[in-house]
Design a protein around this ligand. Structure first.
Ligand SMILES: [Zn+2]
Length: 480
């Protein structure tokens, strides 16, 4: 019996710690060091360590961090914090870690147009994102439902911003410039870049409620009148404000799900088609994307948009209610410098194969508003359009699916997305993000190759992290 206990203790000493995301290289060397050694680790700068990377060495007499940039030091400390949480007794296992991310963009999108959650919730999310080494917060601030960012030149946008409720009832359901600066500082301290999204030319109903003159005609609410120079100036001025507020190199302009129907009936839009030789209504959105890409590039920023900016939307229908035509000549397409967010496998892969840099967020692996197929789910309502994304599907995400070998370098990041038209509360938000966010974090940082992943091994680590999240009152869903 004593002998078995000794073997169990020895194997526990050599067991790999429960880290998420798993380090790229880790060897447990045996022996332990008192927890106090981690209070004041020795820190060395080593220029050859890649950006955001670090080395962590724990021996029986010292804890040493090596890094080349501030983010690397931050992530080394994040790993150390997980090791501390893992420590059953007052000691840490001796080990050597060499770590660096697979992707530089490890994003999470939150839709605050449909539902306004407010800064307390957003900050709590940042704390958890940074713990799991996620570093981009894609902030969906405008959509049909509501406009959430105060723009001084256009105050009606937030006054008539819609009925979607606030979860911080004491504050109005939008962000002031002061709020944004506060949230930016909180994010920066956690090495999180905030990429704002302001939608043009589709998902425009909130704008049209406040300023009907920016639509093609009365009743044509779902798209901006691209042929109206005043509407284009509106887009430029809003983006100017966004660039003043947000330091992010990348600015997201949406660009998804825009039907061309109103444009075909609008004299100003059809006049633009003739003047700019756009080859028909299908050339209108690419013209706007090129225009705004140039406007942002003049400010040193890079335009990002959903996959439609490269491959169009939907299938052409009898009413011409589609702008889909990925056979557009190159001069009509946005420049290859823009960044494309691929939210379906094929269009995302196609964009990469066309030479665009792509952030992969295919819906069946990364849309965390989809339900998790749990035996008991308090947030499963009757919905005619219910879609499933179990925890395992989040883990089986292959960012390179459909991408030609020579285009793999164009997959420059990955992102998980939380649309909120069916997310009603903060506990539900947490339930939808966790534990699937753990699976996403592991793919994004440690292992983009699904063939090299071990779901059973990962699930054991995730179960432990779920216990920790629940101890911290995060409403984490079961794994299955
Ligand atoms: Zn128009």
């Amino acid at each position: 019996m004593i002998m078995f206990a000794a073997i169990a203790a020895a194997s526990a000493a050599f067991a790999a710690p429960m880290l998420i995301p798993a380090p790229r290289e880790m060897s447990v060397t045996g022996g332990r060091v008192a927890l106090a050694a981690a209070d004041a680790p020795k820190v060395e700068v080593v220029a050859s360590i890649p950006p955001e990377g670090y080395e962590l060495s724990i021996t029986t007499n010292a804890v040493t961090i090596r890094h080349s940039d501030d983010a690397g030091l931050f992530y080394a400390k994040a790993t150390l914090a997980q090791l501390r949480a893992d420590a059953a007794d007052a000691s840490l296992p001796c080990l050597e870690i060499k770590d660096a991310p697979a992707f530089r963009w490890r994003g999470l999108m939150l839709d605050e147009s449909c539902r306004f959650f407010g800064k307390v919730t957003v900050k709590k999310l940042f704390d958890l994102m940074s713990r799991y080494k996620m570093n981009v917060f894609h902030w969906h601030l405008t959509d049909d439902q509501a406009w959430r960012l105060f723009i001084p030149e256009y105050p009606e946008l937030v006054k008539k911003c819609g009925k979607s409720g606030s979860h911080e009832r004491e504050v109005p359901p939008f962000y002031t410039e002061g709020d944004v600066r506060e949230i930016l500082a909180f994010a920066a301290a956690r090495h999180i870049t905030i990429v704002p999204e302001i939608d043009f030319p589709g998902h425009f109903r909130a704008v049209v409620r406040a300023y009907p003159k920016f639509a093609c005609a009365k009743g044509a609410r779902n798209a901006m009148c691209v042929g109206n120079p005043e509407a284009v100036r509106f887009a430029e001025k809003v983006l100017d404000r966004v660039c003043e507020l947000f330091p992010s190199k990348v600015v997201h302009i949406g660009g998804d799900e825009c039907k061309a129907g109103p444009w075909a009936k609008c004299p100003r839009c059809m006049s633009l088609v003739r003047r700019e030789n756009l080859g028909g209504v299908k050339g209108i959105q690419p013209w706007l994307t090129r225009h705004l890409a140039g406007h942002l590039a003049a400010k040193g920023r890079r335009l990002c948009g959903w996959e439609e900016i490269a491959v169009g939307f939907g299938k052409p229908d009898a009413r011409g209610e589609s702008n889909n035509d990925s056979s557009l000549p190159d001069e009509l397409l946005p420049p290859r410098e823009v960044l494309v967010m691929g939210y379906h496998v094929k269009p995302g892969a196609k964009s990469a194969n066309m030479g665009y840099d792509v952030i992969a967020c295919p819906n069946w692996h990364c849309y965390f508003d989809y339900s998790q197929k749990l035996p008991e789910d308090p947030y499963l309502y009757f919905r005619p359009d219910i879609r499933w994304l179990p925890f395992e599907a989040a883990y089986r995400f292959d960012p390179y699916e459909g991408v030609k070998p020579e285009a793999r370098r164009h997959i420059t990041g990955v992102e998980c997305c939380l649309w909120t038209s069916h997310v009603w509360s903060v506990p539900e938000l947490e339930w939808k993000v966790w534990p699937r966010g753990l699976a996403f974090a592991e793919v994004a940082w440690s292992n983009p190759d699904p063939a090299k992943r071990d779901f059973a091994e990962f699930s054991a680590r995730a179960a432990e992290h779920r216990r920790r999240l629940i101890r911290e009152h995060v409403n984490c869903a079961p794994l299955k």
